[in-house]
Design a protein. Structure first.
Length: 219
């Protein structure tokens, strides 16, 4: 597998795909700020598939508040079934969930691994959970890099949508990042997820230009 640099296929695509092929790369992951035309999607080396249109979002961290009493850091060494279900929900409209070449079984294993590595602080610094009667009904992961915070995964169980859980989690993210001297938070959601985009906008997160995410499967 390989992750290609953003917009790196804008020139000499055929030559670069042939180079990937010669390196026996089975799956490439590519992000572009320009949608690739149908003509350029044709390659004798790879199947190029648009698997996600992502909207990056950013917000300056300015409001430190009291964290909701239902929110805490996830301290267990293994993810609960509630937490795994939420991780699967967070990724269902993303590149892994939308790729027909990735089976449901593989998708589940990917996100089980993702959330497990997050709580073990391999790929995240913190996992926040919102509990109701010990049931985890919402969560977010946080990664800190210098003065910037990232929230790659955030989800709330369907039956708790519209009950203020998302806003409580976002306020907690902002407070934790301010406590860690972060000035900005970066996250994102899928273009088709209009409900999430609306929620983020109401909280003050600013949508950025779309990113087109492609999977390149070796022929």
């Amino acid at each position: 597998m390989a992750k290609l640099k953003n917009n790196s296929l804008s020139e000499n695509m055929g030559e670069k795909l042939e180079n990937l092929y010669d390196q026996n790369i089975e799956l490439g992951y590519y992000t572009s700020t320009i949608k690739i035309s149908k003509e350029k999607l044709q390659s004798r080396f790879y199947h190029l598939e648009l698997v996600s249109t992502r909207i990056p979002i950013v917000k300056e961290m300015v409001n430190k508040t009291i964290i909701h009493p239902n929110i805490s850091l996830y301290e267990e060494q293994e993810p609960s079934e509630d937490l795994i279900s939420l991780a699967l929900l967070a990724g269902q409209n993303g590149r892994f969930g939308n790729d027909p070449r990735i089976s449901k079984e593989v998708y589940r294993k990917l996100f089980e691994c993702w959330i497990r590595n997050s709580i073990k602080k391999v790929i995240a610094d913190e996992v926040l959970v919102y509990k109701v009667d010990e049931e985890v009904v919402g969560f977010a992961t946080i990664k800190i890099d210098g003065n910037t915070g990232y929230a790659p995964l955030l989800a709330v169980k369907r039956k708790y949508e519209g009950k203020g859980v998302s806003f409580a989690i976002m306020r907690a993210i902002e407070t934790r990042l301010i406590e860690n001297e972060c000035k900005y938070v970066l996250s994102g959601t899928q273009e088709i997820n209009k409900k999430a985009l609306s929620t983020f906008k109401r909280y003050g997160l600013q949508p950025q230009p779309a990113e087109y995410i492609y999977h390149l499967w070796r022929k």
